[in-house]
Design a protein around this ligand. Structure first.
Ligand SMILES: NC(=O)c1ccc[n+]([C@@H]2O[C@H](COP(=O)([O-])OP(=O)(O)OC[C@H]3O[C@@H](n4cnc5c(N)ncnc54)[C@H](OP(=O)(O)O)[C@@H]3O)[C@@H](O)[C@H]2O)c1
Length: 394
């Protein structure tokens, strides 16, 4: 077991969580040498002699062999992680936005430098999905991964469905309780779930899919009408992220609200929890459940990666190594519920087939078949409109 000397970037929710779990852990033999943060005038809970505002105090210290990158700025995180790997340090990161954008380069950098970059905390916080995909599901028998990957939006949807609150009230409460950011867009518009899905896909199937090629729709336009529609059919709406093998050599991905029934494993994933269903050729479905965010759950995931580094663990990216990479396709037909106001909004969609068409005084909806390819093309446009869509689980 390797003796670790750690430098941490970031002392916010996750950095402080890691600090606490590190003090309590008896299994890892580690020294904490420096904690680098950004704002010099910020009041801190702790006065730490380890605190620095100079990133080079970690980068230039040859004693530090593990860097925990836990900052909230994806661009800066990219530079720091790159520099740390090039300086011969192992790195642990929780930054899904940075990883989703730069994973291909990060895989290459690990090869070139021989250092390890671990990031289980970046997808589903405390749920060890990435290492399990690497080590346990290291064959090509996976069929799909479906998950509730964002705790904030799940908390809001739970308040709406279970407590009967409207979207604005549920969001405000989630922000007051610290389950949602003051700017909640990344969570409620599905970006956060999408970044995690990109990372999960690389470990489940091999390829790094550019996030901008994937259809993404969030929950911020949901109304009481949509909720009533689902409840009348004993369904809930969840923000679901999904990667599916559509053919022998093809995978498809999307993030969208989805109707789920009580037979679905994610039906009972409530509040700020995350849940991931792994479907395989021979074992059918398996389910992982747990806290996807928060100081201690995420701090524990970071500590687990640090411990793995002490055992010289590296991701091998086995799906890329041993199997031909599947192609990414958006050629998948989905059954979609679309609630809209203006006929011109409906026209944007160009449904292939419409099964149900409802026109009330205030609300209109259609249910029909549409190809993901068409949805990706209008993704930016439909976000600006007063409409909501949800996918039927098939
Ligand atoms: N929060 C969660 O539950 C959770 C779960 C999974 C993954 N993550 C990921 O973990 C990362 C950290 O999230 P967080 O919630 O802990 O963020 P946070 O509470 O906002 O804290 C961010 C920390 O980063 C520091 N920082 C920002 N830019 C910096 C820079 N250039 N150099 C050094 N320090 C810098 C800030 O310094 P100051 O203190 O000086 O402002 C602050 O201490 C993000 O990538 C997030 O996506 C978070």
């Amino acid at each position: 077991m390797k003796k670790l000397n750690i430098g941490i970037y970031g002392f916010g929710t996750v950095g402080q969580g890691l600090y606490t779990v590190l003090q309590k852990s008896k299994t890892v033999d580690a020294t904490l040498s420096a904690i680098c943060v950004k704002h010099e005038n910020k009041k801190r809970n702790l006065h730490l002699p380890l605190l620095t505002f100079d990133p080079n105090r970690i980068l230039d210290n040859p004693e530090i062999n593990v860097v925990a990158e836990l900052i909230d700025d994806a661009d800066e995180a990219y530079l720091l992680v790159k520099k740390a790997l090039k300086k011969g340090k192992n790195v642990v990161s929780g930054n899904k936005k940075m990883l989703a954008a730069h994973l291909e380069e990060m895989i290459q950098l690990q090869k070139e430098t021989g250092q390890s970059l671990l990031y289980d905390a970046s997808a589903c916080g405390s749920i060890p999905i990435i290492r399990n995909l690497e080590e346990y599901y290291d064959n090509d028998l996976l069929k799909s991964i479906t998950g509730i990957l964002n705790g904030s939006s799940n908390y809001i949807l739970t308040q709406i469905f279970r407590e009967g609150k409207d979207y604005a009230t549920a969001l405000k409460e989630a922000q007051e309780l610290g389950f949602a950011e003051s700017n909640p867009d990344a969570d409620v518009q599905g970006y956060d779930a999408l970044y995690k899905l990109v990372i999960i896909t690389a470990h489940a199937f091999g390829p790094v899919i550019p996030a901008e090629k994937v259809f993404r729709f969030g929950i911020d336009q949901i109304t009481n009408f949509d909720v009533r529609f689902a409840k009348e059919k004993n369904l809930k709406i969840k923000l679901v992220a999904k990667v599916t093998k559509t053919g022998k050599d093809e995978i498809t991905l999307f993030v969208a609200p989805e109707f789920v029934n009580k037979e679905n494993y994610i039906f009972n994933v409530e509040d700020e929890y995350n849940g991931v269903v792994i479907e395989g050729e021979f074992y059918d479905k398996q389910f992982m459940f747990g806290k996807g965010a928060g100081a201690y759950p995420t701090g524990s995931a970071v500590l687990s990666d640090i411990t793995a580094i002490s055992h010289q663990y590296k991701y091998e990216y086995k799906k890329r190594k041993y199997f031909a990479l599947p192609r990414f396709t958006n050629r998948l037909s989905l059954t979609v519920y679309l609630r809209y106001h203006q006929e011109e909004d409906l026209a944007l969609f160009d449904f292939d087939e419409i099964y149900e068409n409802y026109k009330g005084r205030e609300n209109r909806y259609v249910i029909g078949k549409i190809c993901l390819e068409k949805l990706v093309k209008i993704n930016n446009e439909i976000e600006k409109r007063q409409l909501f869509l949800a996918v039927f689980n098939e």
